[in-house]
Design a protein. Structure first.
Length: 130
């Protein structure tokens, strides 16, 4: 087990309890904080949900339907560490999440819906290119 260096993974819509546990185990082994985002939190800035000190929670509680696709946001990862994390997920045969992003200066103020819509567009483009 490693000490956390501020690395955080936000998970959305991982409803299977055994799959949630698998993510938690991989993150625990690598010293990565993992947080399941609740539907009520979808209007909060993703940076605040991930623990970025410079981004504040708004306190807005979302009461709508949300979205159902799994999504992952990773904060605080260097390139090598990101590769290590993704490889660990693959080694443990954890199903790939198509909608994933690294928290950036550009997207840290977005709410989960804004990020979700952007990732859906990017994934559609990348899927067409293959």
């Amino acid at each position: 087990m490693r000490k956390n260096n501020g690395e955080t993974v936000l998970l959305y819509n991982i409803v299977d309890k055994s799959l949630q546990k698998k993510y938690q185990i991989v993150c625990l082994k690598l010293g990565i904080r993992v947080k399941a985002v609740k539907k009520e939190q979808l209007k909060e800035p993703v940076g605040a949900l991930a623990g970025a000190k410079e981004v504040a929670l708004h306190g807005e509680i979302y009461e709508g339907e949300g979205f159902v696709e799994p999504m992952m946001v990773m904060k605080g990862f260097g390139s090598a560490r990101l590769d290590e994390f993704l490889l660990a997920l693959k080694k443990d045969k954890i199903p790939k999440i198509d909608l994933k992003a690294v928290l950036t200066e550009y997207n840290k103020e977005w709410d989960s819906f804004q990020l979700y819509e952007e990732l859906k567009k990017e994934h559609a483009v990348m899927s067409q290119e293959k």
